[in-house]
Design a protein around this ligand. Structure first.
Ligand SMILES: C[S@@+](CC[C@H](N)C(=O)[O-])C[C@H]1O[C@@H](n2cnc3c(N)ncnc32)[C@H](O)[C@@H]1O
Length: 202
């Protein structure tokens, strides 16, 4: 199981690559999250876009009316994101050793960060997510599915099974949904297979 690249690697990537050439680039809010916002009739609250990168998802969430924070381990990503929006609180933070305050968010969206971590890091990650979510807070996760073939350059993230997701979160969260879906991108011929997971702090 792969562990994540270190922060310098992320920083180098964000310095050297045009945002729209990044494999996960899309301007649109993730449709699974958008549907969930509609179905649950969510209109306000403190939303963290975790591993926000250039902040596309954070900006889309702010347009929905949420009070949005975007955090990322890469200072370069955060610098880029700040240039594109004034009404979002963008900050550098390593979620595995997070300085974000306890119970700070009603909702967390994570499109593509959890699946970077190995088993040891996942334990730290779950602890932090639980700490920073408010009571009854909801964590929306999009991660790569085991059903996705390995990428030919061997550079993809960890590909997860439903069972791994259950095993990781079941002691700390109510698992409300694990749905087979895709990562919507503009840079792949076919969208990579993914899970959309809804977890409530228990
Ligand atoms: C696949 S990208 C997804 C970016 C963004 N969520 C999106 O969908 O456009 C993963 C992001 O996680 C960030 N990241 C990696 N490790 C992290 C950590 N320990 N804490 C916070 N962010 C991290 C990376 O810098 C990168 O921006």
């Amino acid at each position: 199981m792969k562990s994540q690249k270190v922060d310098e690697d992320w920083d180098k990537l964000y310095k050297e690559t045009q945002i729209r050439d990044l494999p996960w680039f899309t301007k649109k809010l993730d449709s699974d999250l958008e549907n969930e916002i509609k179905t649950r009739d969510l209109k306000k609250g403190r939303f963290l876009d975790l591993g926000t990168g250039d902040g596309t998802q954070a900006r889309a969430l702010a347009k929905h009316g949420f009070d949005v924070t975007g955090s990322d381990i890469s200072g370069s990503a955060i610098e880029n994101a700040k240039k594109l929006s004034n009404d979002i609180n963008f900050l550098t933070d390593d979620i595995l050793n997070s300085n974000l305050p306890a119970n700070a968010f009603n909702f967390i969206f994570d499109r593509g960060t959890f699946h970077l971590f190995d088993d040891f890091q996942r334990k730290k990650f779950v602890k932090q997510i639980k700490r920073i979510l408010d009571y009854n807070g909801i964590y929306f996760l999009k991660c790569m599915s085991i059903k996705q073939e390995e990428f030919s350059d061997g550079n993809g993230p960890n590909r997860l099974s439903k069972q791994e997701i259950r095993d990781t979160f079941r002691n700390d969260f109510d698992i409300e949904k694990i749905k087979a879906t895709v990562f919507e991108t503009i840079n792949f011929d076919s969208d990579p297979k993914a899970w959309f997971v809804v977890l409530k702090k228990s």
